[in-house]
Design a protein around this ligand. Structure first.
Ligand code: ADP
Ligand code: MG
Length: 243
């Protein structure tokens, strides 16, 4: 199975603070990887380095066989191949739902307006938001906003979707509708990297679970390995809080 992204010896410092320490990480096509770990362990920084919202201090990011950190590579083109879904939705508040989903494809992928609309409508249907295309984000619930954010990310036809705690800002009654959409995507074969505290979700949908601790990948394996047979004391301690 081909690797979509292959990261080697990734380091990230903020000043003197070494937040990521020599991380090796790759994701295969169609794989669903969940990243768990305590607050401050570097999960968001890892995702942000993967799509170059943060510039790594050192390391390589191999994409299609090339290190995209070499200066000759177009990081905007690379970034457009990785969709990102944020905890706080980050929708464009001045645009309606449909426009949120067509602006990227039209401006960045240069898709004709009608084609962009058609593709976006397909994804809005997939997330159950096709009846809200003229609504502004402020008129939507958190769960609805997040489903639009997922449709927006999919409209760019990404090679992989990166989720950073997509349900952490939601009222409890809205978590399920977003996880349902994510489960369907996982089952459809989309490549996904998901930072989450939803342990049941991670157990159910992950091909691989990564436990991060203090800037390193302390342990990784199948959901059964990590949740039922964790090797590291820190993993056990972390999981005990969720059981
Ligand atoms: P997590 O997502 O696992 O909670 P983060 O990646 O957000 O962890 O943060 C890891 C560490 O990096 C924390 O100590 C945090 O304070 C620090 N950090 C994150 N972003 C910045 C930044 N822009 N400037 C300085 N420190 C940062
Ligand atoms: Mg985080």
């Amino acid at each position: 199975m081909g690797k979509v992204i292959d990261i080697q010896h990734l380091k990230k410092n903020f000043g003197q603070h070494e937040v990521l320490k020599d991380i090796d990480f790759s994701v295969n096509k169609g794989e669903v990887v969940c990243i768990i770990g305590s607050s401050g362990s570097g999960k968001s920084t890892l995702l942000r380095c993967i799509n170059l919202l943060e510039k790594p201090t050192a390391g390589e990011i191999i994409y299609n066989g090339e290190n995209i950190l070499d200066s000759k590579h177009d990081i905007f083109a690379y970034r457009s191949k990785l969709g990102m879904v944020f905890q706080q939705f980050n929708l464009f508040n001045n645009m309606d739902v449909l426009h949120n989903c067509t602006v990227g494809p039209a401006k960045i992928l240069k898709q004709p307006e009608e084609a962009a609309k058609k593709i976006a409508m397909g994804y809005l249907e997939q997330v159950g938001m096709e009846n809200f295309i003229n609504a502004k984000p402020e008129q939507l619930s958190g769960g609805q906003k997040q489903r639009v954010a997922i449709a927006r990310a999919l409209s760019m036809k990404p090679d992989a979707l990166l989720f950073d705690e997509p349900t952490s800002a939601l009222d409890p009654e809205m978590v399920g509708e977003v996880l349902k959409v994510m489960k369907d995507l996982a089952n459809s074969g989309l490549t996904m990297i998901v930072v989450t505290h939803e342990m049941e979700f991670a157990k159910e949908v992950s091909d691989r679970v990564i436990f991060m601790d203090q800037g390193v990948i302390l342990e990784q394996g199948s959901p059964d390995d990590i949740f039922n047979h964790p090797k590291e004391v820190r993993t056990k301690q972390f999981l005990e809080r969720y059981l």
